[in-house]
Structures are given as C-alpha cells and as structure tokens.
Write a protein that binds this ligand. Sequence first.
Ligand code: ADP
Ligand code: MG
Length: 320
Amino acid sequence: MSSAPSEFQIIQRYFEGVGEYDSELVELGIGDDCAVLSPPSNKSLCFSLDTMVEGRHFPKFAPPEKLAKRAMAAALSDLAAMGAVPSFFTLSLTLPKADQVWLEGFSKGLKYMAERYQVSLLGGDTTRGPLTIGIQVHGFVEQGRALRRSGAKQGDVLVVTGSLGDAGAALELLGRELVNDAQNYLLDRYYSPTPRLFEGQLISAYAGACIDISDGLLADAVHIAESSACGLRIELDALPLSEALREFSGDRASLLALTAGDDYELLFSVSENAWKALEAKAGANVFTKIGRVEPESFGVRVFSANQEVNIQRKGFQHFE
Ligand code: ADP
Ligand code: MG
C-alpha cells in the first residue's frame, strides 16, 4: 500500500489545474503564498464564503464526489443571487486523514463543477481535523449592477426559479435505500442543486431585490422584506412543486416548498411591466410568480384560497 500523501502532494495531485483560467486576469495561481489577479476596471467583484461541516451540513460518509458538487453549487448560488458571472474560487479543506479514494472522488466533483460553470481553483488551505469544506467563490458584475436584497418595491411581483421543497424532502431519504425514480430525483436535488447562474444574469437588468433560498422560502423572504422595508404576500397554492415531490410528500408538499431549505433557487421581486418582458424572454417553466410586494405593515404572510395560512401552527412543528 502506498503511504499517505503529503500536504504538498495532495495539492498537486487533486487541486492544481481544477478549471481553466484567463491568463489576462490571473497573474499567478496555486503554488505561491497568494494568487495574484489584475481585475477588470469596469467590473465590480462579488465574493462569498460557504462552510459545510460533516454531521451538521451533510451526513457522515456522504459520497465525496457528490459533496464537492453540493458545496460548489451552494457557494455558486450566492453569486447567482447577485447576478454575477463566476470567475474563480478558493478551497479550505479540513480532513480527518489523507484518504486517497476520498480525495480522488472529491477532486472529480470539483473538476466537474469547475468545468461546467467556468470557474478555476486559485488557492486554498489544507489542514487536519473534522471534515469541513469551505469554498469562497468570486465573480464579476457590471459596476453597480449587483442584485441586492434591498430593492423590492410595493406592487412588485414576487418570483422564484425552478421548484421548491425537493431538497427538504430528500432529508428523509439520506442513508436509506431508494426504491423509485421520485426518490432518486429528490436525492439528486439535494446533492446536486443547480446554481441559478444563468437566471441570475438574465434577471439582473429587470429585478429589484434578489436572494437565493438556502434556509427555506419563508425564512429567506423575511430577509428581502426586512432589507427592503416592505411586506410580502406569498400564495401557497402557486409554489412550483416537482412531480417527484408531489408523489413522495403528498399533502405536505407545499408546506415543504414553503419552509424547507437547501433548494438554492432564487427569489426575486420585479415590477409588473418588467415581469411581462422577463416572462416573454425566458419562456415557460423557468420562473413562477408566487406573490406580491405589499406595504411594510403587512409583514410576510402566506395565503391559500384567499385565506391566510397560520404557518406558526401548520408549518414549523414538522421541521423544528
Ligand atoms: P502557506 O503556508 O503560504 O499559506 P500553503 O502551503 O498552505 O501555503 O499552500 C501552498 C499553495 O497551495 C498556496 O498557493 C495555496 O493557495 C495552495 N493550496 C493549499 N491548499 C489548497 C487547497 N485545498 N486547494 C487549492 N489550493 C490549495
Ligand atoms: Mg505563505
């Protein structure tokens, strides 16, 4: 058996050359004390860091390739929420041991995501300890055009991408034997959420406020309401649900869509006129209108068939 690789060998074998970069932008990549960039003068740089800890953000013994994909998707989702174009990332990896099979799988997942989303790994840190994955992503937007949480205005339409609740339903499937297509689909949505980069860039000329839904629609809607000093009305029956979620979760599907986290879809506000233009441009099934922006005194409220839903009683008890 070969001996465990050194830190230097780990970096060289598994992390150098992950993703191609533009040498106009990058003066120096992995291997020195810092990476060095010459950022374009007409752009704003957006960056964001996400950390995932074993046992807290993902189950013990999760497959390393899938973990890499999920960690990358979660990090890239923050760039999507700003309307940014991803450019590069750094990786902080804490490992209990230098397990080559694990590193091989993890590196494969990173490479897949780096190629798919055109980002390159430009540096990081490797240490020993409980399994923890930190990814910092960097991306660019036209100067002053980053989508914030604070731009919602009374009368705007509230819109989401994709479908909601799938990853939340999949929590019940972790570590279980999967028995049908619906279950496979839901688990895939948990491990491989799609960072909505294309959609984020598409809406950047139209949207008011935008956030990615990592903690659940309701919880993240509160962030928009607070930052924008507005109220929000959400229509429970309008939430986009996948076929798989309907099949697996039945009556609980819309409640999961409202409250469960980990979907990494985008929630944004857009004026009525801009929404018409955006809908025409995007085509069917990319975006779903789920509510409206109200005055601040309205708060964040959920309705079904014109009746207000008492979320305190109906929802959270399932998920606390
Ligand atoms: P220093 O001790 O100066 O911080 P390191 O020995 O930690 O440098 O890292 C050497 C080089 O390898 C640096 O360029 C660093 O960015 C890179 N590196 C270390 N760990 C990782 C990792 N997990 N992924 C990508 N690059 C890494
Ligand atoms: Mg150094």
